[in-house]
Ligand binder design. Structure first.
Ligand code: HEM
Length: 209
Protein backbone atom coordinates (compact mmCIF):
# COMPACT_ATOMS: atom_id res chain seq x y z
CA UNK A 1 0.00 0.00 0.00
CA UNK A 2 1.47 3.34 -0.95
CA UNK A 3 0.51 6.71 0.45
CA UNK A 4 -0.49 7.74 -3.07
CA UNK A 5 -3.00 4.88 -3.33
CA UNK A 6 -4.45 5.85 0.04
CA UNK A 7 -4.72 9.50 -0.93
CA UNK A 8 -6.60 8.62 -4.09
CA UNK A 9 -9.46 7.20 -2.02
CA UNK A 10 -9.54 9.75 0.79
CA UNK A 11 -8.67 13.11 -0.82
CA UNK A 12 -10.60 15.04 1.83
CA UNK A 13 -8.57 16.31 4.77
CA UNK A 14 -10.56 17.99 7.51
CA UNK A 15 -8.92 19.81 10.42
CA UNK A 16 -8.33 17.61 13.46
CA UNK A 17 -8.17 19.06 16.95
CA UNK A 18 -4.95 18.54 18.97
CA UNK A 19 -7.33 17.52 21.78
CA UNK A 20 -7.97 14.25 19.93
CA UNK A 21 -5.02 11.92 20.64
CA UNK A 22 -6.43 8.73 19.03
CA UNK A 23 -4.75 8.09 15.65
CA UNK A 24 -7.71 6.07 14.40
CA UNK A 25 -10.35 8.66 15.36
CA UNK A 26 -8.09 11.39 13.92
CA UNK A 27 -8.04 9.65 10.55
CA UNK A 28 -11.84 9.29 10.66
CA UNK A 29 -12.19 13.02 11.37
CA UNK A 30 -9.62 13.96 8.69
CA UNK A 31 -11.48 11.83 6.16
CA UNK A 32 -14.78 13.53 7.01
CA UNK A 33 -16.44 10.43 8.51
CA UNK A 34 -16.68 11.85 12.04
CA UNK A 35 -17.14 15.38 13.34
CA UNK A 36 -14.09 16.93 15.02
CA UNK A 37 -16.18 18.47 17.78
CA UNK A 38 -19.01 16.20 18.95
CA UNK A 39 -20.52 13.10 17.41
CA UNK A 40 -23.48 11.00 18.54
CA UNK A 41 -22.48 7.74 20.21
CA UNK A 42 -24.47 5.64 17.75
CA UNK A 43 -22.74 7.31 14.82
CA UNK A 44 -19.32 6.71 16.41
CA UNK A 45 -20.30 3.07 16.89
CA UNK A 46 -21.64 2.61 13.36
CA UNK A 47 -18.62 4.32 11.78
CA UNK A 48 -16.15 2.19 13.76
CA UNK A 49 -18.12 -0.95 12.90
CA UNK A 50 -18.03 -0.05 9.21
CA UNK A 51 -14.32 0.80 9.32
CA UNK A 52 -13.48 -2.45 11.08
CA UNK A 53 -15.58 -4.55 8.72
CA UNK A 54 -17.89 -5.35 11.67
CA UNK A 55 -15.09 -7.14 13.54
CA UNK A 56 -15.44 -4.75 16.50
CA UNK A 57 -18.04 -5.08 19.29
CA UNK A 58 -20.77 -2.43 19.05
CA UNK A 59 -21.70 -2.48 22.75
CA UNK A 60 -18.09 -2.11 23.80
CA UNK A 61 -17.58 0.86 21.46
CA UNK A 62 -20.66 2.60 22.91
CA UNK A 63 -19.38 2.04 26.47
CA UNK A 64 -15.91 3.41 25.65
CA UNK A 65 -17.37 6.43 23.85
CA UNK A 66 -19.68 7.10 26.83
CA UNK A 67 -16.85 7.25 29.39
CA UNK A 68 -14.11 8.76 27.19
CA UNK A 69 -14.69 12.41 28.20
CA UNK A 70 -14.99 11.80 31.95
CA UNK A 71 -16.24 9.38 34.57
CA UNK A 72 -18.37 11.76 36.64
CA UNK A 73 -22.18 11.30 36.39
CA UNK A 74 -22.44 14.72 34.69
CA UNK A 75 -19.81 13.84 32.08
CA UNK A 76 -21.41 10.44 31.41
CA UNK A 77 -24.85 12.01 31.04
CA UNK A 78 -23.51 14.67 28.68
CA UNK A 79 -21.91 12.06 26.41
CA UNK A 80 -25.05 9.95 26.38
CA UNK A 81 -27.18 13.01 25.53
CA UNK A 82 -24.83 14.93 23.21
CA UNK A 83 -22.28 12.38 22.06
CA UNK A 84 -18.53 11.86 22.12
CA UNK A 85 -16.53 15.09 22.26
CA UNK A 86 -13.63 14.05 20.05
CA UNK A 87 -11.72 17.30 20.53
CA UNK A 88 -11.80 16.86 24.32
CA UNK A 89 -10.30 13.39 24.73
CA UNK A 90 -6.99 14.78 25.98
CA UNK A 91 -6.81 14.52 29.79
CA UNK A 92 -9.84 12.22 29.78
CA UNK A 93 -9.85 8.78 31.47
CA UNK A 94 -8.29 7.10 28.41
CA UNK A 95 -5.36 9.53 28.13
CA UNK A 96 -2.27 7.67 29.35
CA UNK A 97 -0.18 10.85 29.57
CA UNK A 98 2.96 9.52 27.93
CA UNK A 99 2.65 5.84 28.84
CA UNK A 100 1.88 5.02 25.20
CA UNK A 101 3.97 5.21 22.05
CA UNK A 102 4.46 9.02 22.26
CA UNK A 103 4.21 9.14 18.45
CA UNK A 104 1.74 11.99 18.97
CA UNK A 105 2.90 14.44 21.61
CA UNK A 106 0.64 16.26 24.08
CA UNK A 107 -0.14 18.86 21.35
CA UNK A 108 -1.08 16.27 18.72
CA UNK A 109 2.22 16.78 16.88
CA UNK A 110 3.72 13.81 15.03
CA UNK A 111 7.08 12.69 16.49
CA UNK A 112 9.02 10.85 13.78
CA UNK A 113 11.72 9.58 16.16
CA UNK A 114 9.05 7.81 18.22
CA UNK A 115 7.77 6.07 15.10
CA UNK A 116 11.36 5.08 14.28
CA UNK A 117 11.53 3.61 17.78
CA UNK A 118 8.34 1.62 17.09
CA UNK A 119 9.98 0.31 13.90
CA UNK A 120 12.81 -1.19 15.99
CA UNK A 121 10.24 -3.69 17.33
CA UNK A 122 9.26 -4.73 13.77
CA UNK A 123 10.78 -7.39 11.51
CA UNK A 124 10.67 -8.03 7.77
CA UNK A 125 7.44 -9.77 6.70
CA UNK A 126 7.07 -11.71 3.45
CA UNK A 127 4.03 -10.47 1.55
CA UNK A 128 1.77 -12.83 -0.49
CA UNK A 129 3.06 -10.96 -3.59
CA UNK A 130 6.61 -12.13 -2.84
CA UNK A 131 8.04 -8.81 -1.64
CA UNK A 132 9.01 -7.86 1.90
CA UNK A 133 7.99 -5.07 4.23
CA UNK A 134 8.59 -4.07 7.83
CA UNK A 135 5.78 -4.99 10.20
CA UNK A 136 4.82 -6.03 13.72
CA UNK A 137 3.20 -9.36 14.57
CA UNK A 138 1.05 -9.63 17.71
CA UNK A 139 4.04 -10.79 19.87
CA UNK A 140 6.07 -7.85 18.51
CA UNK A 141 3.20 -5.44 19.25
CA UNK A 142 3.07 -6.87 22.79
CA UNK A 143 6.84 -6.37 23.27
CA UNK A 144 6.46 -2.78 22.08
CA UNK A 145 3.55 -2.10 24.49
CA UNK A 146 5.51 -3.65 27.40
CA UNK A 147 8.47 -1.41 26.55
CA UNK A 148 6.23 1.66 26.42
CA UNK A 149 4.78 0.79 29.82
CA UNK A 150 8.27 0.16 31.28
CA UNK A 151 9.51 3.51 29.92
CA UNK A 152 6.72 5.33 31.78
CA UNK A 153 7.71 3.97 35.20
CA UNK A 154 7.02 6.68 37.77
CA UNK A 155 4.19 8.41 35.87
CA UNK A 156 2.09 5.48 34.58
CA UNK A 157 -1.20 4.28 36.07
CA UNK A 158 -1.78 0.55 36.53
CA UNK A 159 -4.72 0.68 34.12
CA UNK A 160 -2.55 2.09 31.31
CA UNK A 161 -1.16 -1.30 30.31
CA UNK A 162 -4.72 -2.71 30.08
CA UNK A 163 -5.82 0.29 27.99
CA UNK A 164 -3.05 -0.46 25.48
CA UNK A 165 -4.65 -3.84 24.80
CA UNK A 166 -7.64 -1.94 23.41
CA UNK A 167 -5.43 0.15 21.09
CA UNK A 168 -2.52 -1.57 19.27
CA UNK A 169 -3.91 -5.14 19.07
CA UNK A 170 -7.21 -3.68 17.80
CA UNK A 171 -5.30 -1.61 15.24
CA UNK A 172 -3.47 -4.79 14.19
CA UNK A 173 -6.82 -6.52 13.77
CA UNK A 174 -8.45 -3.66 11.87
CA UNK A 175 -5.69 -2.33 9.56
CA UNK A 176 -3.29 -5.29 9.71
CA UNK A 177 -2.43 -7.44 6.70
CA UNK A 178 -1.72 -11.13 6.26
CA UNK A 179 1.82 -12.21 5.36
CA UNK A 180 2.66 -15.00 2.89
CA UNK A 181 1.93 -17.60 5.61
CA UNK A 182 -1.37 -15.98 6.60
CA UNK A 183 0.00 -14.48 9.83
CA UNK A 184 -1.33 -11.03 10.73
CA UNK A 185 1.07 -8.07 10.92
CA UNK A 186 0.84 -4.31 11.31
CA UNK A 187 2.69 -2.60 8.47
CA UNK A 188 5.06 0.13 9.72
CA UNK A 189 4.29 2.12 6.58
CA UNK A 190 0.56 1.97 7.34
CA UNK A 191 1.21 3.11 10.94
CA UNK A 192 3.32 5.97 9.60
CA UNK A 193 0.57 7.03 7.18
CA UNK A 194 -2.07 6.79 9.90
CA UNK A 195 -0.20 8.87 12.48
CA UNK A 196 1.50 11.42 10.24
CA UNK A 197 -0.96 11.84 7.36
CA UNK A 198 -4.12 10.84 9.27
CA UNK A 199 -5.03 8.46 6.44
CA UNK A 200 -6.48 4.97 6.54
CA UNK A 201 -5.39 2.14 4.25
CA UNK A 202 -7.30 2.06 0.99
CA UNK A 203 -9.52 -0.94 1.82
CA UNK A 204 -10.81 0.76 4.99
CA UNK A 205 -11.52 4.00 3.18
CA UNK A 206 -13.44 1.96 0.60
CA UNK A 207 -15.52 0.30 3.31
CA UNK A 208 -16.39 3.76 4.65
CA UNK A 209 -17.05 5.35 1.29
C1 HEM B 1 -14.79 5.32 20.80
C2 HEM B 1 -13.69 4.72 20.48
C3 HEM B 1 -12.30 5.21 20.85
C4 HEM B 1 -11.90 6.15 21.75
C5 HEM B 1 -12.77 7.02 22.64
C6 HEM B 1 -10.45 6.21 21.71
C7 HEM B 1 -9.66 7.05 22.48
C8 HEM B 1 -8.28 7.06 22.49
C9 HEM B 1 -7.46 7.93 23.31
C10 HEM B 1 -7.98 8.95 24.32
C11 HEM B 1 -6.17 7.65 23.02
C12 HEM B 1 -4.93 8.33 23.61
C13 HEM B 1 -4.26 7.44 24.57
C14 HEM B 1 -2.94 8.02 25.02
O1 HEM B 1 -2.33 8.83 24.35
O2 HEM B 1 -2.52 7.63 26.08
C15 HEM B 1 -6.15 6.62 22.01
C16 HEM B 1 -5.01 6.09 21.47
C17 HEM B 1 -4.99 5.08 20.54
N1 HEM B 1 -6.08 4.48 19.98
FE1 HEM B 1 -8.02 4.98 20.27
N2 HEM B 1 -10.00 5.32 20.78
C18 HEM B 1 -11.09 4.67 20.24
C19 HEM B 1 -11.07 3.71 19.25
C20 HEM B 1 -9.93 3.16 18.70
C21 HEM B 1 -9.92 2.12 17.70
C22 HEM B 1 -11.17 1.47 17.09
C23 HEM B 1 -8.61 1.84 17.44
C24 HEM B 1 -8.02 0.86 16.47
C25 HEM B 1 -8.59 0.49 15.35
C26 HEM B 1 -7.79 2.71 18.27
C27 HEM B 1 -6.42 2.71 18.30
C28 HEM B 1 -5.63 3.53 19.09
C29 HEM B 1 -4.18 3.53 19.07
C30 HEM B 1 -3.27 2.62 18.23
C31 HEM B 1 -3.76 4.50 19.97
C32 HEM B 1 -2.34 4.99 20.22
C33 HEM B 1 -1.69 4.52 21.48
C34 HEM B 1 -0.25 4.96 21.54
O3 HEM B 1 0.16 5.97 20.95
O4 HEM B 1 0.47 4.26 22.22
N3 HEM B 1 -8.64 3.50 19.02
N4 HEM B 1 -7.46 6.28 21.70
Amino acid sequence: MTTQETQAVTPLQMQVSPGNPCPFLRALVAGGWLNDDVERLTRVRDTLLRASGQSAKGGKILAIAAIANGLSPAALLRNVREGLHLSMLRDGPLDKHGSGSRILDAHGQFQAEQLQRLATFATAKRTPQGSSELGLSLPEVTTMMDANFARARGTRRRIDRALMDGEWPVLLEVIGKDDADGARYLSVEDVWTLFQDRRLPQRLAERLA
